[in-house]
Design a protein around this ligand. Structure first.
Ligand SMILES: *Cc1c(COP(=O)(O)O)cnc(C)c1O
Length: 384
């Protein structure tokens, strides 16, 4: 068998044609393909607005700035995420704090968060929940906490385009749809659902935040007549904020948009792959398959099992050309964060999860034959 990674992109002839077309367009950046991609993405996710940026990390950084991160208060996130979820708060000059995970969903534990806030909410300004692996955060419940304690909410939905949950009224809510979070962010890194090479998107239902983000992504400069303080003529623009160059190119937008057209179909493929793993692995002793609550739509960016023999299984599969991965090493245990004062033992659920988790191959182009090979090897490992 050839090498099987844990995730990979799929590029079709249509994708290639879309990129070729963009290369022949008049504008390679800030052209019509950006707006078209933003509108299509907002419509897919169900938000009112979307702002395309150069990557998911830039999306987090600009979001933190737009939400007005200050240096005197902390922003809470989960230790089980990619480091960027926490780093962006530091970029914006804020302080980071963590809240341990729920051992069943692997998401930031809202009960523990409430305890932290009850103790002393005045230390905190915002929260960055992560729809980890594609499992939706209950942003409706989190919104209530945020409102009660005066926090803003920035949803890191990088893993979850197409994920959803039924809210307390039984209404289906899509991850990042702008109903409960102030802002949500997505990434178009090739291992994510939609590949653009590099790329990111911020979604929101707030016009004020949308205007601010558009300005921040291009140096803090605006040419919009309704936003200008003066107007000297057609050439005139104003730099009103200290922004960045976090623009996406039209070449990347063309690829992202073309991929977006297959997003629903690919999500269905991910669900089928997950269902096959669920069925095949549910009776393997020492393998825990992902929990999914009723009324929840998992987006399956990752398919994570837990096992007490994680390292041995990882090595065994690797010997057979199956390249699984671990998501994630808890952020608070990274040397940079340890040097800020965090240490082993601070977040026991996250640390215990890390000892046991393994992400199996999960991507839409994974064939049934490849998946059967993976399943066969996992079973062989436990039967030895
Ligand atoms: C990928 C990812 C990011 C960062 O996205 P980039 O596009 O790689 O910058 C942030 N948060 C999470 C949870 C991610 O998976």
């Amino acid at each position: 068998m050839h090498a099987i990674p844990y995730g990979k992109q799929e590029i079709t002839e249509k994708d290639i044609a879309a990129v070729t077309d963009a290369l022949q367009g008049e504008l390679l950046t800030q052209g019509p393909r950006i707006t078209a991609f933003e509108e299509a993405f907002a419509s897919y996710i169900g938000s009112q607005y979307a702002v395309a940026v150069s990557n998911g990390t830039a999306a987090l950084h600009l979001s933190a700035l737009a939400l007005g991160v200050t240096s005197d208060k902390k922003v809470i996130t989960t230790p089980i995420t990619f480091a960027a979820s926490a780093n962006a708060v530091l970029y914006a000059g804020g302080q980071v704090d963590f809240c341990d995970i729920n051992p069943q969903t692997y998401l930031l534990d809202l009960n523990r968060l409430e305890d932290m806030l009850k103790k002393d909410a005045s230390q905190y300004q915002g929260v960055v929940p992560v729809d980890f692996a594609g499992y939706p955060v209950r942003t409706d419940e989190l919104r209530q906490l945020c409102d009660r304690y005066g926090l803003w909410m920035l949803e890191d939905a990088c893993h979850a385009p197409g994920g959803w949950f039924n809210d307390t009224f039984g209404k289906a809510r899509q991850c990042g749809d702008g109903t409960f979070a102030d802002l949500a962010i997505f990434s178009f890194h090739p291992v994510k659902h939609i590949a653009a090479g590099e790329g990111g998107m911020i979604t929101t239902n707030s016009k004020a935040l949308y205007d601010k983000l558009q300005m921040l992504r291009t140096h803090g400069i605006t040419k919009s007549p309704e936003l200008l303080q003066e107007n000297h003529g057609g050439w005139y623009y104003e730099m009103q904020e200290l922004g960045f160059n976090y623009r996406l190119t039209d070449i990347q937008a063309a690829l992202g948009h073309s991929q977006l057209e297959r997003a629903e179909e690919n999500l269905e493929k991910r669900k089928k792959i997950a269902a096959r793993y669920d069925a095949a692995l549910k009776d393997v002793p020492d393998v825990a398959t992902p929990f999914v609550a009723p009324g929840t739509g998992h987006a399956y960016h990752l398919y994570i099992i837990k096992t007490s023999q994680r390292k041995a299984l990882y090595d065994f599969l690797r010997e057979h050309q199956i390249f699984t991965q671990v998501h994630y090493i808890p952020v608070h245990l990274q040397p940079y964060y340890q040097q800020m004062g965090w240490k082993k033992g601070d977040f026991p659920n996250a640390e215990q999860y890390y000892e046991q988790c393994l992400s199996l191959p999960m991507y839409p182009s994974l064939t049934e034959e490849e998946q059967e090979y993976v399943i066969g090897k996992i079973k062989a490992f436990y039967e030895e």
